[in-house]
Design a protein around this ligand. Structure first.
Ligand code: COA
Length: 188
């Protein structure tokens, strides 16, 4: 099985496209360069997480999930080949739920210009095209930049969950958001 193509020109020389294992070096370089910037918003990563080889291994595993329709793994890539950010739609399920859980980050050099707003919108459009009914996302209570992205792209705040994810070394409460993509009944 192969994953449906995704390739969107965002703005100012950036494209949003599906990741491939060959992106490992550029993605690992971005993660290493922004390790401090991303640390408050992510699980604690051991040093071994940041190698090109570990990144390639994760991408190969994710490509298998993408091909099976269980996830969408996308990158925001600059004209010079640098990875500016990443978006993952995880835990994609069919049936009565038809939902995926969205996660994303931008490198510190690429924030403040609307890239993630456009990219989240594009991933939601793509997910709608694949027949998903909704996308959900969760942010730390103090992640106002991420909440702004979700609100700008049509997500509604649907609740707050206690000790929802183990982020930056401790269980932390999260705000929960949902965007309905389509009111069509599930495809059979
Ligand atoms: C969350 C995160 C992706 C948001 O980045 P961001 O740059 O604020 O988001 P966008 O790319 O959508 O840009 C929005 C900013 O660009 C500005 N902007 C400029 N042109 C814009 C346009 N055409 N459309 C929308 N926003 C635009 C907005 O005003 C906003 O700036 P402001 O916050 O000063 O008002 C980023 O902070 C990040 O990666 N953080 C660390 C990881 C993280 O938190 N991940 C999410 C976990 S839930």
């Amino acid at each position: 099985m192969s994953a449906a193509p995704l390739h969107v020109a965002l703005t100012d020389g950036y494209v949003l496209r599906r990741a491939t294992p060959d992106d490992a070096p550029a993605l690992a370089a971005a993660a290493r360069g922004d390790r401090t910037h991303l640390a408050p918003w992510e699980p604690v990563r051991p040093d071994g997480y940041f190698t090109d080889a570990a990144e390639r291994e994760r991408l190969v595993a994710r490509m298998a999930d993408d091909a099976a329709g269980r996830s969408i793994t996308a990158l925001i890539v600059a004209d010079d080949g640098a990875v500016a950010g990443s978006l993952n739609l995880n835990d994609v399920v069919a049936g009565a739920y038809r939902n995926g859980h969205l996660g994303y980050w931008l490198g510190s050099a690429h924030t403040g210009r609307g890239l993630m707003t456009r990219a989240v919108d594009a991933v939601c459009d793509h997910a709608r095209g694949l027949g998903l009914h909704q996308v959900q996302a969760a942010t730390l209570l103090h992640n106002e930049a991420s909440q702004a992205v979700l609100r700008r792209t049509g997500f509604a705040h649907i609740g707050q969950a206690r000790d929802y994810l183990f982020i930056a070394g401790r269980w932390q409460d999260h705000l929960l958001f949902q965007r309905i993509l389509s009111d069509e009944p599930p495809r059979t």
